[in-house]
Design a protein around this ligand. Structure first.
Ligand code: GRF
Length: 202
């Protein structure tokens, strides 16, 4: 069973979906740790409710990004984490943390992220609002490998999300999040299969 850590800055609905999928046995992984960079993040309370160990690694407790990331890496090491899932983590990773979980056999870092748009079309915050502002009839949800760029890593799983005529942002966000919660556990499963395939081949 792979050991998963989740890193989130906010409410944590994707974290909850991942925890549920692992606890129910849908995905052969254990959420061994939830981390947040923000003391007030809802994800910390959720982790406690779900019986998952959590760690607050507050960015404001460290003098710079490098020392904050070293503290995150120390937690990954202490909990023997195999794979890290970003779930609403509102910071870019530096090459240090990307390199910390880099897997030469995969040719990727074992870090995933979920993004509420097609990462080739839109990067950064507010993907659903962007799709509406563009008048799109269809947008997407993407799970991708993480590198040091802003939503630039290799795509692991992507699904389309239709946008209704005159659909509100609230409605699109709600339907999008529902899709995210289905997709992130599925993407984790795909990741684990890819990882095991490259391990078996070597
Ligand atoms: C989600 O829309 C996710 O795609 C984006 O940030 C949001 C996090 O929501 N990266 P939550 O904290 O998982 O509820």
């Amino acid at each position: 069973v792979k050991r998963l850590a989740i890193l989130a800055s906010g409410r944590g609905s994707n974290a909850l979906a991942l925890i549920r999928a692992c606890q129910s046995g849908q995905v052969p992984a254990q959420v061994a740790l939830v981390m947040s960079d923000r003391p007030q993040a809802g994800v910390l309370a959720l982790a406690a409710e779900m019986g998952v160990p959590s760690a607050l690694v507050a960015a404001t407790d460290y003098p710079d990004k490098g020392s904050h990331e070293r503290a995150l890496a120390a937690q990954l090491q202490a909990y023997q984490i195999d794979v890290l899932a970003l779930a609403g983590y509102r910071r870019l990773l530096t090459p240090f943390l990307v390199g910390f979980l880099y897997d030469p056999q995969l040719g990727q870092s074992r870090i995933l992220n979920i993004h509420p748009a097609d990462t080739r079309q839109f990067q950064g915050l507010g993907g659903y609002a962007w799709a509406l502002s563009q008048g799109l009839q269809q947008t997407a949800v993407t799970v991708h490998y993480v590198d040091e760029g802003m939503d630039t890593g290799k795509i692991l799983l992507q699904r389309p999300l239709e946008i209704g005529p005159a659909e509100s942002l609230e409605s699109l966000e709600q339907r999008g999040l529902h899709l995210e919660h289905q997709m992130y556990p599925q993407a984790l499963q795909v990741f684990i299969e890819q990882w095991e395939a490259v391990c078996a081949a070597s």
